[in-house]
Design a protein around this ligand. Structure first.
Ligand code: THU
Length: 149
């Protein structure tokens, strides 16, 4: 069932976002894992920023597609997001964002939508906050800082 006010209300835009996350995967720099991931992030204003995973010989430095897209948007001055779509080459399973990416997503709000796809283009819809229950967020720091004053 679609959520009122969500991206499923504008199927053409949702379709564009999903197509762009699949296209973004083609740019993956993934010599170590061979696992390609693409992301497409829709801002509240309607811009779309894409991202792919960018790996490194020092494995711990690998950056996921979702974080690439978010950093591209934020570094261009966009911080309010409506939705993010994520793709991989998996055909049997929906791609699922890693814990780091869930934390990175929630930094910019819990209420935007996350569309997790699989190879045939089908998707699961979530909200960021449903993917990261009991999250640690900026509000926690603010509460702590206020008590210090
Ligand atoms: N990866 C992503 O880009 N996003 C995810 O949601 C899961 C994992 C990347 C990181 C690494 O380059 C490769 O997939 C295998 O873990």
């Amino acid at each position: 069932m679609s959520a009122p006010g969500g991206l499923e209300d504008t199927p053409q835009l949702l379709d564009e976002l999903i197509q762009k996350c699949f296209k973004a995967k083609e740019k993956a720099y993934n010599p170590y894992s061979k696992f390609r991931v693409g992301a497409a992030l829709l801002t509240e204003g309607g811009q779309i920023f894409t991202g792919c995973n960018v790996e490194n010989a020092s494995y711990g430095l690998c950056i996921c597609a979702e974080r690439t897209a978010i950093c591209k948007a934020v570094s261009e001055g966009y911080r309010s997001f409506k939705a993010i779509a994520v793709s991989s080459d998996m055909t049997e399973k929906f791609i699922s964002p890693c814990g780091n990416c869930r934390q990175f997503m929630i930094e910019f709000g819990g209420d935007y939508e996350v569309f997790l796809t699989k190879g045939d283009g089908s998707y699961q819809r979530h909200l960021v906050r449903d993917l990261l229950p009991h999250s640690f967020e900026s509000g926690d720091l603010i509460e702590f800082q206020q008590k210090q004053q």
